[in-house]
Ligand binder design. Structure first.
Ligand SMILES: [Zn+2]
Length: 304
């Protein structure tokens, strides 16, 4: 590693012919080490763009500590434009943390990322709605680990500053849950969706990264203004029970009451296969918008 400056790294994945593009920025002064990852899901474009801009814009002369940015965690899903899964093994990498060094491609990648995360004091994993998903920006924090890890993760989330915060331990195999269990303060931040490089979502994620750097004392900046953040302590999903055509009646940002009809699935003839009802009362945080739906696919999630 260099003493100070900015260097492009290739992060090799043992057992795979795969090198992930990454940047290390080493500040003039010592300080914390922050890991930023993007492209765990290859269709979540604002995340990938925000990570790239951080790598371009952050000047080592202004930095205390080290920032490591992994630009594209699952290149195969990015280039194949595949939502959720890595086409190398058909697995959703964000269900396979902390990974397995002897496993399939996704498990090897997530295992390598976890060992990288252990070399850092904080981890921001950037996401958004996938190619067929709409969402309102929110941050996920896990309370599955030790109280001190949860507290520091919550501080990261509040610093990042997206308007909604979901505190949950439920999404097993996710980066932020595996990190919490390993004692690494971490957040998963989501903005953008529907396969768009949405400028506002990019700037929300980029701004969040700056705020985290200020909050950790890694760059100078005015004290962070407290933001109004709505906290949810439950994150209820529902899934398709049949493959067919999906007609959502509500979308991300809409309020929903538990049991309320929020969409339906029909077969190609138009015959009803499933009435979809809200899995909780609160705000719909993401909503699948593609007509095509497969049995078992997520449809929407309600934060309560
Ligand atoms: Zn994602």
């Amino acid at each position: 590693m260099i003493d100070t400056g900015k260097v492009r790294l290739g992060i090799e994945i043992p057992g795979l012919d795969l090198t992930l593009p990454a940047t290390a920025i080493v500040g003039k002064q010592g300080g914390p080490r922050l890991l930023v990852t993007a492209g765990v899901h290859g269709g979540e474009y604002p995340a990938i763009e925000a990570a790239k801009r951080l790598a371009q814009e952050l000047d080592p002369a202004d930095l205390n500590g080290t920032v490591t940015i992994v630009h594209l965690v699952t290149p195969a899903s990015f280039f194949a434009r595949r939502q959720y899964v890595n086409p190398q093994d058909g697995k959703n990498p964000n269900r396979y943390f902390p990974g397995d060094p002897a496993g399939t491609a996704s498990e090897r990648i997530t295992h390598r990322l976890m060992s990288l995360a252990r070399e850092h004091e904080a981890w921001v994993d950037l996401h958004g709605g996938d190619i067929h998903e709409a969402l309102v920006p929110f941050t996920l924090v896990s309370n599955a680990g030790q109280p001190e890890t949860s507290r520091r993760s919550l501080e990261l989330a509040r610093a990042f500053g997206l308007a909604r915060l979901v505190v949950t331990a439920t999404v097993g195999g996710s980066s932020y849950v595996a990190a919490a269990l390993a004692g690494i303060p971490a957040i998963l931040a989501e903005a953008g969706g529907l396969g768009q490089l949405d400028a506002e979502a990019v700037s929300q994620l980029r701004d969040g990264l700056t705020r985290v750097l200020v909050s950790l004392g890694m760059i100078a900046g005015p004290p962070l203004a407290e933001r109004q953040i709505r906290q949810f302590n439950q994150f209820a999903w529902n899934r398709a029970e049949a493959s067919g055509l999906w007609y959502p009646e509500k979308t991300a940002g809409d309020a929903a009451e538990a049991g309320e009809l929020v969409g339906k699935i029909t077969d190609p003839y138009g015959d009803l296969l499933q009435e979809v009802r809200a899995p909780g009362s609160g705000e719909i945080l993401f909503s699948v918008r593609s007509l095509a739906i497969e049995s078992g696919d997520p449809l929407l999630a309600v934060g309560s």
